[in-house]
Every structure is written in structure tokens, then in C-alpha cells.
Design a protein around this ligand. Structure first.
Ligand SMILES: [Zn+2]
Length: 225
């Protein structure tokens, strides 16, 4: 967005991702930086746009429902319901559906734990997909055998980490490129640009289900209670 130039000092800049700085904010006052039909950009945002398998938030901007949040490189474009009258420079309040976001954060971290534990147990197993929705998360692997035999061990190890209520560190590995990681005691740093919980205990109890999604493919579904 090269027309998004209304910031202090007149400097062009992409939206500030406050959802990383404080993933627990449910509303934020900011201003519109560009408008193109139903598409707008804002100076600061708490409204996550689908990336790294984590679905977009739901919510409103200036009282209008956000129909879609789209990440293009480092900018995030929000498509509003038709008929808005927002102009660049307008002060707006952004709100997100917190119940949805908090479930996405809990399921995201549950999926991260399961993935790391699968890697620890199966070595060179290949992840071929992952998706975090509000009701459940899933991870797909290229793997020729029924993976559910590992579930009791994965669950036991995951629940030990969850019950220990470790702090989750989430920070930039490269600020200019906006590359992020998370880290907990006992695990290596994991690159991830999602929004993360403060502590592992917030995940709560998890359940796993196996889906056979084709020859040589195994899916693990993750549910939080
Ligand atoms: Zn992640």
C-alpha cells in the first residue's frame, strides 16, 4: 500500500502489529491510513490476519464488520462490509471477538506442543500442513503408519508441560522482516508469527483424534476443552 502515508512525520509505514506486543487486547483506538473501496488499512492493529495456519480474527473497525483480513507482505488490508464512509486520517475503534481469538491462541499453542512432541518421537517425520480454526486445530504429516499409537505418550508429555504452567516467550528474531519465534523451557526456539499465550497452563486439557486423509498421510486433530 503505497498510498498509506498518514503517520507522524509523514512517514510511510505498514501497520503496527499490536497483536504481537499485547495479544490480550480486545479493542484498540487507531486511525485509517488508506481507503480503496471497501478495503482499508490502519496505523496500528490488534486484528490478526490469516497466516501460519492461524485463522483471521473476527470483529469490527469503526463500527463496520470486517469481512476479511488479508496479509500482503507486511501490510494488512481489512475488507469492510459495503457502504462504509471512512476516510484516511479518521479515528476508529477496532474490536475483536475475544472468545474466538482466545480459543485460536489456546488451539495454536496446543498444536505447537503436539507438533514438537511428534518431532521428538518420530525424528524426520514431515509436516505437510496445519490449520488452526476456532473449534479445532489439525496437523497433517507424510507418514505411512497409524500415528494414534503415539497419542498416550504425546498427551502425557503435553499435559506435563501444560500443568507446569511455563512462561511462553514470544519475540522477534528479525524485527525489520517481522519474523517471530516462541520458546519455552526444554524446547528449541520455534519460528512462528502467530499470537501466543503468556503461559502453557492456559491451554488446558487437550484431546487428540486421528484422521486418515489418504495413503501415506496422517492427520492429528487437536481439541481444547
Ligand atoms: Zn505457530
Amino acid at each position: 500500500m503505497h498510498n498509506a502515508g498518514i503517520r507522524k512525520g509523514g512517514k510511510c509505514s505498514v501497520t503496527q502489529k499490536v497483536f504481537w506486543q499485547d495479544p490480550y487486547l480486545t479493542h484498540l483506538d487507531t486511525h485509517i491510513t488508506s481507503v480503496s473501496g471497501d478495503d482499508v488499512t490502519v496505523a496500528e492493529t490488534i486484528f490478526y490476519a490469516f497466516a501460519g495456519g492461524q485463522e483471521s480474527d473476527a470483529g469490527t473497525l469503526g463500527g463496520y464488520v470486517v469481512l476479511q483480513a488479508r496479509k500482503d507482505d507486511l501490510e494488512i488490508t481489512y475488507t469492510l462490509e459495503p457502504g462504509h464512509d471512512l476516510q484516511p486520517g479518521d479515528r476508529v475503534r477496532m474490536t475483536i471477538d475475544w472468545e474466538r481469538r482466545y480459543r485460536l491462541m489456546r488451539l495454536h499453542f496446543a498444536a505447537e506442543l503436539v507438533l514438537e512432541l511428534v518431532y521428538q518421537m518420530f525424528g524426520p517425520i514431515q509436516k505437510i500442513g496445519a490449520h488452526i480454526a476456532q473449534d479445532k486445530a489439525r496437523i497433517d504429516f507424510a507418514w505411512g503408519e497409524n500415528i494414534s499409537g503415539a497419542f498416550p505418550t504425546i498427551l502425557e508429555r503435553a499435559h506435563t508441560i501444560i500443568r507446569a504452567d511455563h512462561p511462553i516467550i514470544s519475540a522477534f528474531s528479525d524485527k525489520a522482516l517481522e519474523e517471530r519465534y516462541w520458546e519455552i523451557t526444554g524446547f528449541a526456539r520455534v519460528p512462528c508469527g502467530g499470537t501466543h499465550l503468556r503461559r502453557t497452563g492456559e491451554v488446558g486439557e487437550i484431546e487428540l483424534k486421528r484422521k486418515n486423509v489418504g495413503k501415506g498421510k496422517e492427520r492429528i486433530e487437536i481439541i481444547v476443552k
